[in-house]
Design a protein around this ligand. Structure first.
Ligand SMILES: Nc1nc2c(ncn2[C@@H]2O[C@H](COP(=O)(O)OP(=O)(O)OP(=O)(O)O)[C@@H](O)[C@H]2O)c(=O)[nH]1
Length: 599
């Protein structure tokens, strides 16, 4: 049991690759949480996929015991935050369990837009933010310049920011001392009635739902009967504890502490993130302010290549949704692709991750259709509706006003790339709201249609600025726009799953490039395949995939049987990710060709 004055709860705010995980591992090592060998594997990013992509997705926590230079031992609870812009809502969630945050900035790179946004969130939530200059071991590190940048851009005093190298360990002990000194201890009476915040919940195959909680008041013990405020349900705590980073059982969690709780809850909806826990006999304890609900920003259809896999697909989505409250799905039926689901994602990265997990962990072959944002439509009968699927768009004459979502986009870029960045924003129909010089960087604010932001804006921005510009965005409003639905016809038949919504001024170009891209992607068949783009009944572009003249296996006849088998096998594998639409086979890539239109 740690006295509440000796607890420090903190998060690390850092841009991707600025060294958050390395620093966290270093803390764990200094505090003796793991052996050197265990440390080799970065411990905080636990999902395989996360490690492969080198990004942090799910918030997790680690409890460490640090003996300071004053001889006292402190309990440090480090709550991890995801780094990618798609997952920024999880940041504020993790921050709400902390009294402080470390703003880790790569001293060779400088401040990035997303860290600025997260840092403001921390300041708004009254957290003590300590700037930290990392990677000072690099020869190109300029800690003094970056410290100035932190002051100019964020307005934080960075004069006595610690200079550290998470890689070599230099400066890390000083940072821990500063953390103890400057981040306030939590407050909360342990004799009060229990009030705990659910920071995160996930599903474990053996234990059911596990929740990460921050105890505000009172204490929670094994065997306690708890009450989930929003659902009104009671459950018995069958185990609880901390992460060291391994899951370790303890007897009690007390006010100020962060730890995990398992109460044999079967579904994460039974322990909603942001909810408040109390004891069953004190159900009138006040609800803590929760978190804002996240809404998916992009929707796409997902269909099993093999119709027999539909049930498995539904089960797999259900399982993924158990650990991902932001994953939304509902059944969808496409003329071309059959039964599947309309799935909502936070962004493209989220979509790619879900697609990959479904294929990898659940062994499904899926076709994902081009993602689209949510549009607001005012109908002629006065009704307002929201459409996330081009094929569900009402007839043109029933639409009074077509409105698209607009994102407020904040970009930080070094001065030399500002021209490229402005060109990109203008191409994406952006409207400049602000431009400000901040030291060597320029801060740009634009309003850009969400559809132009979510798909590949991030990648474009990176290439326009050699990787230096950074981005942060949020939904701002709906705004009327001249939007049209572009249909794609294969041999004269409309394929619903290929329809897209785009701006009228871009539609001719997009239609043309889309048909060109599809021509490259649709394999030649035994007959000519016409690919057309149309707005209403007007054809705006056309390409033809010429018929195949020879039988692919013909030249193997009479000869090498194994070679023929190999060829057929290869064809079969190629087919896995194809879908028969009418009598034409269309590969997965063609469904996403619209994403490549700007290449
Ligand atoms: N030279 C040097 N490299 C470092 C230092 N800290 C981290 N790195 C390297 O920078 C890269 C990114 O570090 P990570 O700790 O994975 O970055 P992160 O911020 O956790 O990234 P996400 O998990 O994606 O948010 C890795 O290759 C690290 O080895 C440092 O102090 N010096």
């Amino acid at each position: 049991m740690t006295d509440i004055t000796h607890i420090r709860n903190f998060s690390i705010i850092a841009h991707i690759d600025h060294g958050k995980s390395t620093l966290a591992d270093r803390f764990i090592q200094v505090c003796g949480g793991l052996s050197d060998r265990e440390l080799k594997e970065q411990v905080l990013d636990s999902m395989d996929l996360e490690r492969e992509r080198g990004i942090t997705i799910k918030a997790q926590s680690v409890t460490l015991y640090y003996t300071a230079r004053n001889g006292e031992t402190y309990q440090l609870n480090f709550i991890d935050t995801p780094g990618h812009v798609d997952f920024s809502y999880e940041v504020s969630r993790s921050l709400s369990a902390c009294e402080g945050a470390l703003l880790v900035v790569d001293a060779a790179q400088g401040v990035e837009a997303q860290s600025v946004a997260n840092c403001y969130t921390a300041i708004e939530q009254d957290l003590e933010v300590l700037p930290v200059l990392n990677k000072v071991d690099l020869p190109q590190a300029e800690p003094d310049r970056v410290a100035e940048e932190i002051e100019e851009i964020i307005g934080l005093d960075a004069l006595d920011a610690c200079h550290v190298s998470a890689k070599t360990g230099v400066g890390v002990p000083d940072l821990l001392e500063q953390l103890i000194e400057r981040i306030p201890a939590p407050q909360g009476d342990r004799e009060e009635r229990l009030q705990a915040l659910i920071i995160d919940s996930w599903f474990d195959n053996y234990m059911g739902v596990i929740s990460l909680v921050r105890i505000r008041y009172g204490r929670l013990k094994k065997g306690d009967k708890i009450h989930v405020k929003s659902t009104g349900q009671n459950h018995v705590v069958d185990s609880l504890g901390i992460f060291t980073p391994k899951r370790k059982e303890t007897k009690v969690l007390e006010a100020g502490e962060v730890g995990w709780v398992s109460a044999t809850i079967k579904d994460i909806k039974g322990a909603p993130v942001g909810d408040t826990l109390t004891h069953a006999n004190t159900p009138d304890v006040a609800m803590l302010p929760g978190f804002k609900k996240v809404k998916p920003q992009v929707y796409a259809g997902m269909f099993p290549v093999n119709a027999d896999d539909y049930e498995d697909f539904r089960d797999a989505l259900g399982k993924l949704a158990l650990n991902d409250a932001s994953l939304f799905y509902e059944p969808e039926n496409s003329d071309a692709l059959g039964f599947g689901f309309r799935v909502g994602f936070l962004g493209m990265l989220h979509m790619e991750i879900i697609h990959e997990r479904l294929e990898r962990e659940y062994d499904l072959d899926l076709i994902t259709t081009a993602p689209t944002v949510v549009y607001e439509l005012l109908l002629s009968d006065g009704e307002t509706i929201y459409v996330d699927n081009p094929s569900e768009l009402p007839e043109g004459n029933k639409i009074e006003e077509f409105r698209e979502p607009i994102a407020r986009v904040n970009i930080l870029t070094p001065q030399e790339y500002v021209g490229n960045v402005i060109t990109l924003c203008t191409e994406r129909r952006g409207e400049q709201i602000n431009l400000q010089y901040l030291g060597k960087q320029i801060s740009l604010t634009y309003d850009i249609p969400m559809a132009e932001v979510v798909l590949d804006f991030f990648d474009r921005l990176k290439s326009a600025s050699r990787g230096y510009a950074s981005l942060e965005y949020a939904f701002e409003r709906f705004q009327p726009a001249k939007l049209v639905k572009v249909d794609v016809l294969i041999n004269g038949d409309k394929v619903d799953a290929l329809a897209m919504i785009c701006h009228l001024d871009h539609s001719a170009h997009r239609g043309r490039v889309l048909t060109e891209k599809m021509k490259e992607l649709v394999p030649r068949q035994m007959f000519d395949v016409a690919i057309q783009a149309a707005i209403g009944s007007k054809i705006i572009a056309r390409q033809t995939v010429k018929a195949l003249r020879k039988n692919v296996t013909a030249k193997c006849y009479g000869g090498d049987v194994s070679r023929k088998k190999k060829l057929l096998q290869k064809q079969k594998e190629g087919k896995k990710r194809m879908k028969q639409v009418g009598n034409v086979e269309i590969p997965q890539a063609a469904f996403l060709a619209v994403l490549k239109v700007d290449d």
